[in-house]
Structures are given as C-alpha cells and as structure tokens.
Design a protein around this ligand. Structure first.
Ligand SMILES: [Zn+2]
Ligand SMILES: [Zn+2]
Length: 146
C-alpha cells in the first residue's frame, strides 16, 4: 500500500475526512517520538504546504485528539501543549530548562494497572495515565552548562 493510502486509511477509519493538510500533518506525526508542539508541526508542514495556516493546524490537531489519533499533554515550565501519536500510557521525562519531552523506557502497563486497582467503585476503565517526570536538565542543556 502506498504511504498516502495508508495514512488516508487511518483517517477514514477514525471517521475523519481526508484532506491534503490532514495527510501532511498525520505524515509528520506518524511514528514521531519528538513530542512536537503545534508550532513545531506548523513549521514542518508549512515547508511542503506554504498555504497552510496555524489555525488549520490547531483545528486538525483538535480533530485528531478527539479521534484519539494523538494524545495532547501539557509539559515544561511554559506548559505548552505537546502532541504524541503514541496514545497508550507511557511516562514522559521533561527538562525544566528547555521543556524538551522524551519517552521513558517504560510501557506504562504497571501505571495503568495500579490506577485501575485504585479506582473508586462505579468508575470505568482507565483509558490512559498521564505521567510527566520532571528532571533538572536534559542532556543537551546539561552540555551547555559545562
Ligand atoms: Zn533541556
Ligand atoms: Zn511520548
């Protein structure tokens, strides 16, 4: 299957209309582990789609979030929204200086199981546990200090 068809198929299965902009944004996010912000995504997609607006990017990300295609979370001192195409529970590690976000090598299964065990009666399944581990400095910021 061609890459474009594969991405279009993902959109259709989530009940989303296929547009060139949505395909471009999904293509950038697919398998992306950098946890980009909307501005990062805008900058990357604009290179190929100069006519795209930041507003379109926001709207698209909102639709993706509602369709559970991406997970949005706030992190870092500026509390910026980051987007992660891996919507399964997994912890993040956040740098206090630059706000960079990385995945921790933990599949999140224990976090999810613990949360499920501690649910009060009458609550439904745990869809996802959001965990941000805040570190002093990431590797890159640490290097600048030396
Ligand atoms: Zn940093
Ligand atoms: Zn992540």
């Amino acid at each position: 299957m061609k890459e474009r068809d594969r991405l279009a198929d993902i959109l259709r299965r989530r009940g989303l209309r296929v547009t060139p902009q949505r395909l471009a944004i999904l293509s950038f996010l697919d398998g992306n582990t950098d946890h980009p912000t909307a501005e990062d995504i805008y900058a990357a997609v604009k290179a190929q789609h100069p006519a795209i607006s930041l507003n379109t990017v926001y709207k698209t990300l909102e639709a993706f979030e509602e369709a559970d295609l991406v997970w949005r979370f706030r992190a870092g001192q500026k509390h910026k929204s980051h987007y992660d195409p891996n919507s399964r529970t997994h912890p993040h590690v956040v740098c206090t200086r630059c706000g960079s976000v990385d995945d921790l090598p933990d599949d999140g299964e224990n976090l999810q199981a613990d949360a499920e065990k501690s649910l009060p009666d009458g609550h439904h399944d745990v869809l996802r546990v959001e965990v941000c581990v805040v570190v002093g400095l990431c590797e890159e910021c640490d290097d600048h200090d030396e």
